[in-house]
Design a protein around this ligand. Sequence first.
Ligand SMILES: [Zn+2]
Length: 810
Amino acid sequence: MSQLGKRMHELIKPLSWLLGKWRGEVGKGKYPTITDFTYVEELEFVHVGQPNIQFSAYSWHPETNKPLHREVGFIRRKPDSDKIAFIIAHNLGVCEIEEGTFTESEIKVESQSLGRLTFGSDPATKKVCRHFKSDGDTLEQILYMETVNTPMTEHLRITYKKTWIIKMWIEKLTVVVVCLGCCIHGQRDRIDIKNDLTIDQVILGAMGGTNRAAASMTLPDPNRTLAELDMVLTKKQYDSMYGNSTRTKRKAVSDETVYWTRGQVPYKFAPNHFSAYEQWMLKVAMREWEKFTCVRFHEARQSDSNYVYFQDGLGCNSQLGMVGGMQILNLDKGGCRFKGLYLHEIAHALGVVHEHQRPIRDNYITILYQNVEPSMKIWFQKYNPAAIKSHNVDYELSSVMHYGVKAFSGNQQQTIRAKDQTRESEIGRVYAKELSFTDIEIVNRMYNCVKETSECDGVTCAGKGYLDQNCNCICPDGSQECTSGTTRDTSVSNNARTDRENWMCYIWSRQGECQRNPGYMNSNCAKACAQEKKNTQGQSGLCENTYDDATCDKWKNEVGDCRVAENFMKKNCRKTCGYCNDFTANRTPPQTQCMNAHNNDTACEVWARKGECIVNDRWMPLNCRKACFTCPFDEQTVNTVKPSGSTTPTRRPMTTRPPTRPPVITTQPTTRKPVEDCVNRYPDKDCDVWARYKHCTINPTFMEANCMRSCKVCQDNDGGVGVTKNPVLNNCKDTWTSPEMCPIWAEHQHCVINPGFMLKRCAKSCRRCTTGLRQAAEQVVQENTENSARTLIGTLSSLSLMLLLLFIIV
Ligand SMILES: [Zn+2]
């Protein structure tokens, strides 16, 4: 199925440059007996640990998408030599053995034997020669052919590019796994990761690689543009940010109408698109923005006509600011589910643009244009200064809005170089991402959250510090030492040295890491933890929340912050969490009678601090009642007997997978069953559910062997192997004024990217004439996901899941 997880056979190693998926957009075909033609082709070379390489080649018409030539086969190498053989079956009814030699970048083979059908069409092919030549991420193939009528003549010529999503994911597999681990193990792993993916790489991966992303940049909908990989801009926004005429300058995106009214952002989750854990994590990301700014998120009510709609769509992208009505924020299941990315996309929804395109960027970074993919150069253009309000906020390399150092690279080389080389490693990392001082400042200034000294009893903040919504100074190092009249606290040895390190410590301490991860935090962030502890002690006076009551209630109920970020809440939401009188006990009144039903109190505590009371909201509040603060009132004061057997745990927390997930087993690749025998081996009911949850993509080996009907992977009627398609109705038409564009857009995935336009005006090319718009969009998305990312992401997910499970078990 894939090379992932398989040890490469020694014999194959010298050919490893060939492995992976290649795509050629402009193949040229000619032959004396036919008219010249063009074609698109994908090649895939895969090894499964055996001394051979499996390969497949699929070509199709660039405009009509009509499938053309197909071939499948194996490559074998003669041991201890440069001899190589291709064993090939063609869909035209020919099979052949080609032999020749290879080097570290070239293969030359010619046919030694050719098998033909007795009823094959004429003229018969006599001989075929092919020549592969690789140059890093490109691969050229030239094929010559001789028939009984025509001597050896060039027939096909094409240059492929590596579909680098695959390469990237393979390279980064270890890191992804490590990072999944850090969700479990806490901060220590997160900060130690040096080689993780950047935000742009994650987004590009979810979009299916550079080519597709490039194609997506010109949406046929004249009113929308997908800019910079992940910002969907209205025409007005695009013109003002990228246009340079004086006329458009005036219609600036800095126009405050794109900001959410009174900083209130309603949102909805698409039903079943996010697991409980993912929803929780998204809310945690929103809470991060709320904690440091005056922006507030709430689940959309009937009366909210403008809201953000989180869904599992193609790519990771958001509209910029509030655009009116329901606005989609796509977080692809296939690669966008990370907190760092949530912070980033939510910021776009708030109206924040990318850091590396700010007009002042040239003082901080250099763009290496020679390495930028030509079609992507536009996305390094600096924004029109008139269109962007910078609010005099400093440029920040560690901003959550900064793309990585290889963003939009056409050759895998660096495209962004930091002027301050010592800080280059801070750029763009997505997993380790937390909000920077400037990210918070820009939103605070955009939404008028910054208070004046006169509103705060004369408090002033030195240097870059400013007054937040609660009249506290936000200082660049996260301390409160820029507040007027405060002296620097030198009583605690401070291991974090720079302002930015101190800032990160401060963010983490507010997230509860000092309690959750004391080993790491005490040695690296001692000062931040000491400050936090001091804040929670010796408080007296009124039992009031620092933040408004509704916000504190929300953090308590939606995110579980009374446990997850306990010390932060002790200071800021003391009333809501019931911490007013006794800061040393867990809660007031002391819960001496309140007991966890689960027999391991420590485990309950650990789970509660990780948010399990919310994520695992059936099991935890019942079995870890003390840890989740869910004891009934009478239990808090009256002696009760610890609940017995009936409430002992039935499920350990942190298994956030749906119970219907099929087992993750890897077997040898399965052969696909012919149509008449296209049945599921598991009950249809189960297979259909699994397929609906995209397990055909996530776990293709199992699913294609056991749920082939539900995954639609049976043989076509014409004998080709492929996914069965819905029939196209005869009266189905592309109604757009230039219908010839429809198949091209469809090929470039616009049925998925821009279904609103495409399904209406290019219904035929999107093959969606029979179903409703919404259903159609879902189908296209699903089909697309299955086709594009099936093997790779599938395997990756399975592997990651297994490892994740291992972490949990350990
Ligand atoms: Zn972005």
